[in-house]
Write a protein that binds this ligand. Structure first.
Ligand SMILES: O=C(CO)COP(=O)(O)O
Length: 250
């Protein structure tokens, strides 16, 4: 039985003060069990986020990490330091990082290894463009991204990790993939994991859908067999909306 996840990705939004306001707003309102809730915040907000999440069910995520632990890498964030400060997850391979910061499949794979080595879990993002979907290439593209990202990752580590399928055409556009489209691709990803690893690993790994998830459509998406949760941008920013998402099954 896979525990569902509602994960927010704030992207480059909110400062520490706004982070604290959000934490005050959700206080005591997240489910204690049955759903795992995560907020991914900018690096500058993580100290506030970790302090505020302590003693609550909320888990924390960084939106990026470098694959080296220390050294002359100006401006980068160390996975070792993220672990030491108490971060639980790191989002890697988001389409915005691939598109604007030139992150490659190889970088993402190195980051997955570095995150796991440092006692955190990766949330590995994948997804196709509208052009790729229309050309009938979405499945081969997405499964290729996954195969590259998990190269050399052990079955036991992958079983604990999280994958997020985020079709690029549905991110921030208000255009959600239909629940059937999302289920179809998430199922293809699970089958790919079964072929790369085994049925047990594929059954354990949690696969989220992301792209215009909101309180109004979360229930329908979550009703699908293979969809284990949502990676949510815009609708994770306000306490009321995040609380509603986290309580989708009530
Ligand atoms: O990119 C996303 C989450 O990582 C999705 O963003 P939106 O929920 O704003 O479409």
């Amino acid at each position: 039985m896979r525990t569902p996840i509602i994960a927010g990705n704030w992207k480059m939004n909110k400062n520490p003060k706004e982070t604290q306001e959000f934490l005050d707003g959700i206080k005591g309102k997240l489910p204690e069990s049955g759903v795992e809730t995560i907020i991914g915040a900018p690096a500058i907000d993580l100290t506030t986020l970790v302090a505020g999440a302590e003693g609550t069910p909320l888990k924390t995520a960084a939106e990026n990490s470098y694959f080296e632990e220390s050294g002359a890498f100006t401006g980068e964030t160390s996975p070792k330091a993220l672990d030491e400060m108490g971060i639980d997850y790191v989002i890697i391979g988001h389409s915005e990082r691939r598109q604007y910061f030139g992150e490659t499949d190889e970088d993402i794979n190195k980051k997955a290894h570095a995150i796991l080595k440092n006692n955190m879990l990766p949330i590995i993002c994948c997804g196709e463009t509208l052009e790729q979907r229309e050309a009938g290439k979405a499945e081969s593209w997405v499964t290729g991204q996954i195969e590259a990202a998990v190269k050399g990752v052990s079955a036991s580590d992958l079983a604990k990790s999280v994958i997020a399928y985020e079709p690029i055409w549905a991110i921030g556009t208000g255009k959600t993939a239909t629940s059937d489209q999302a289920q179809e691709m998430v199922h293809v990803i699970r089958e790919k994991i079964a072929s790369l690893y085994d049925a047990d690993t594929a059954d354990k790994v949690r696969i989220l859908y992301g792209g215009s998830v909101k309180p109004a459509n979360v229930k329908e998406l979550m009703s699908k067999e293979d969809i284990d949760g949502g990676l949510v941008g815009g609708a994770s920013m306000e306490p009321e909306s995040f609380i509603a998402l986290a309580n989708f099954n009530k």
